[in-house]
Design a protein around this ligand. Structure first.
Ligand code: PMP
Length: 446
């Protein structure tokens, strides 16, 4: 909880003895290569810090991969969970419903973009949300084809891994993949696949994608187009301006269900409740998870009432989906996001990150690109001196140096060369500054 001292303080070597002991148990008990980003084991986390089992206090620039936007063990979330645990832990929402599930759906319907009538359903994870969104879109349209994008990430289940772009490690050797999934170019301004400039990338890639969908698939064969409004795992890629609105327009004109996967970009991460708001796009369906419930596993699909209501009885559901503990946690987390000034805080964090990192890029030409929106920011590392060849080894070294120096920091990117910064939105300014200094120091030392 928030009584955790908000400091960076290392008291042992990293990893310390207790973490090393647990790592040995871990490798004996778990699949050999199921690694972790950090070399240490967590004992407590809250605010802007994570304390390991040896008592080392790290600044958290990862938020559990954009999950604890309101902080880990946020006080309101903890209280809500404690109360719920005393009442009941599970009935199954399909057997005996409960109010908190309905209240989370009402909140999602209210907060997601668009003022049309909406319905929501709850699931356990981001992947399950995406699975359900595609199921719903196919049933509603009676069509098969699903369009996804280069650099996209949508999960690790059969369908969502198929939708995901990157082979190693997500898909390698895990085929055969699900049928009727087609991949289109994404407006990645730093590496525009059509060769357009940073500013022209959006319209140029939209034209390329729409032209390919029209020629190669046939618009009337496409059930859904799914896209992350800001790509996360692919490298925090903010699509070139104009790309998403053009794709939405194409979908609307052709009866294609436009699905925004806001699993990572949602719940204040990009400075608004949902990333779609930046270009005022209104998805037909929207998938959520990660930041929804302050660290409890929960996901959702929210969409137009006529689409969601078209599914037959018994067609949607699951044993654990919308677990009551996760639902009350979500209500508390959403309340803090809406009423605790966290959207403004996300914008302020983003402004600090962008200005300090742009300054850093002035001194290190291996920083090819600084990009992001709100508190979802990244630097892309390249060989430098005008050479945009990805530099994954450098990214690995920088990451390790930061971990050794007390910073939780994540990597991303199709080319493994992106350093991604996504702190809890409750991190204080002192920790934010100090975490940036750790990164600056790591650059200086390499
Ligand atoms: N969609 C996006 C955009 C994601 O970032 C992720 C997780 N990184 C997923 C889906 C899958 O979510 P989960 O891991 O909860 O299944």
């Amino acid at each position: 909880m928030t009584d955790l001292e908000q400091v960076r303080r290392l008291v042992t070597e990293i990893p310390g003895p207790r973490s090393r002991e647990l790592a040995a148990r871990r490798s004996a008990a778990m699949p050999a290569k199921m690694g972790s980003t950090m070399p240490v084991f967590a004992a407590r986390a809250g605010g802007g810090v994570m304390v390991d089992v040896d008592g080392n206090s790290f600044i958290d620039f990862g938020a559990g991969i954009a999950v604890v936007n309101v902080g880990s063990s946020a006080p309101g979330v903890v209280e809500a969970i404690q109360r719920q645990v005393e009442d009941f832990t599970h009935t199954c929402a399909m057997v005996t419903p409960y109010e908190s599930y309905v209240a989370v759906c009402e909140a999602l319907n209210r907060l997601t973009p668009g003022d049309h009538e909406k319905r929501s359903m709850l699931v356990n994870s981001g992947a399950e949300a995406v699975e359900n969104a595609v199921k719903i879109a196919r049933h509603y349209t009676g069509r098969d084809a699903v369009v996804t994008f280069e650099h996209g990430f949508h999960g690790r289940t059969l369908l969502t891994m198929t939708l995901t772009a990157k082979s190693m490690p997500y898909k390698h050797g895990f085929g055969p993949f699900a049928p009727e999934v087609y991949r289109m170019p994404f407006a990645y301004p730093y590496r525009c696949p059509t060769g357009a400039s940073y500013d022209e990338c959006g319209p140029s890639c939209a034209e390329a994608a729409i032209s390919a969908m029209t020629r190669e698939l046939g618009p009337d064969q496409i059930a859904a187009v799914i896209v992350e409004p800001v790509q996360g795992e692919g490298g925090v890629i903010v699509p070139g301006a104009g790309f998403l609105p053009a794709i939405v327009e194409f979908c609307n004109a052709n009866g294609i269900v436009f699905i925004a996967d806001e699993v990572q970009s949602g719940f204040g991460r990009t400075g608004t409740m949902f990333a779609c708001e930046a270009e005022s796009i209104v998805p037909d369906l929207i998938t959520t998870a990660k930041g929804i419930a302050g660290g409890l596993p929960l996901g959702g699909v929210t969409g137009r009432a006529e689409i969601m209501d078209s599914i037959h009885g018994g067609g949607l559901g699951g044993t654990f989906g919308g677990n009551p503990i996760a639902c009350v946690a979500a209500l508390a987390a959403i309340d803090q996001l809406e009423n605790g000034g966290l959207l403004e805080r996300s914008q302020a964090i983003g402004a600090t990150l962008m200005s300090r990192l742009r300054e850093l890029a002035q001194h290190h030409d291996v920083i090819g690109d600084v990009r992001g929106r709100g508190a979802m920011v990244a630097i892309e590392l390249v060989r430098g001196g005008g050479d945009k060849t990805p530099a994954p080894e450098l990214a690995g070294k920088l990451l390790a140096a930061c971990h050794q120096d007390g910073l939780v920091l994540l990597k991303a990117g199709t080319y493994d060369n992106v350093i991604r910064i996504m702190p809890p939105l409750v991190i204080n300014d002192a920790l934010l500054d100090e975490g940036l200094s750790v990164i600056e120091k790591a650059f200086a030392s390499l």
